[in-house]
Design a protein around this ligand. Structure first.
Ligand SMILES: [Zn+2]
Ligand SMILES: [Zn+2]
Ligand SMILES: [Zn+2]
Length: 239
């Protein structure tokens, strides 16, 4: 089983259009970026995409252009869904999996596309290509949002998706003791945003959940590209 992080950026990505801050200028000079956050999870010949970012075309090409078998959506914000139409005339639209409200929201955005819709309930695991996926409710007001837990053999990988640190107890229980935990860490410690975590909040949450390893994703240009626990685009993990 292999996980490729297709992007580690926030809704506008890094470099941010028109920004001349040190991080964005450095990213332009070095030709590096934080594409919008998304994961590719592969096993047994199946390729499962977690979120379909606006950078999907570039992400798929850089990942070797696999045919995607299934898509999971954490929530219906633009930066997590907008790339879905990139499958048009490339491959059949893959079947999508999401809780009902999230699927409804995404379907409204993509009213012009027909695709397979699989409604899954939070906290009810389902299996794709030998991997068990579980949506877990998080806290990203005002829209319904879910993190995802992946179990493979004796390994557990958690992704908080976009959220503030105030998670339901049931989600805390699901995300406890992961082998690897990916956390939303949008801002430096000095900036507080009610629907995301800053690096302090993400670190505190990671300490409560005691994973073996943890990585920040969904980072804005306010977080330097090299930063403790910062994941980077196209970083891979194999189990
Ligand atoms: Zn987002
Ligand atoms: Zn910037
Ligand atoms: Zn969001």
């Amino acid at each position: 089983m292999k996980i490729t992080i297709l992007g580690t950026g926030d809704t506008v990505g890094t470099p941010r259009v028109g920004c001349d801050c040190e991080v964005c200028s450095g990213a332009v000079e070095d030709g590096v970026s934080r594409l919008r956050t998304s994961f590719l999870v592969e096993n047994d010949g199946g390729y499962v995409l977690i979120d379909t970012s606006p950078d999907l075309k570039e992400q798929l090409i850089r990942a070797g252009a696999p045919t995607i078998s299934a898509v999971l959506w954490t929530h219906a914000h633009y930066d997590h869904i907008a790339g879905f139409n990139e499958f048009y005339r490339v491959q059949d639209f893959p079947p999508a999996y999401a809780p009902e409200k999230i699927m409804d929201d995404v379907s409204g955005f993509f009213h012009f596309i027909r695709f397979g819709k699989n409604i899954v309930e939070p906290y009810k695991p389902f299996t794709l290509f030998g991997m068990e996926f579980t949506f877990v409710t998080v806290n990203h007001p005002p829209i319904e949002t879910c993190g995802i837990v992946i179990r493979y053999g004796d390994k557990k990988i958690g992704y908080t998706a976009d959220t503030n640190p105030h998670l339901p107890q049931r989600t805390m229980d699901e995300l406890k003791d992961c082998d690897i935990l990916f956390l939303d860490a949008l801002m430096p410690e000095s900036v507080h945003i009610g629907k995301h975590m800053n690096v302090r909040e993400a670190t505190d949450l990671a300490e409560k959940l005691s994973p073996l390893e943890y990585y920040f994703v969904h980072m804005s240009h306010r977080i330097p590209l090299a930063y403790p626990h910062a994941a980077f685009d196209f970083q891979t993990f194999e189990f």
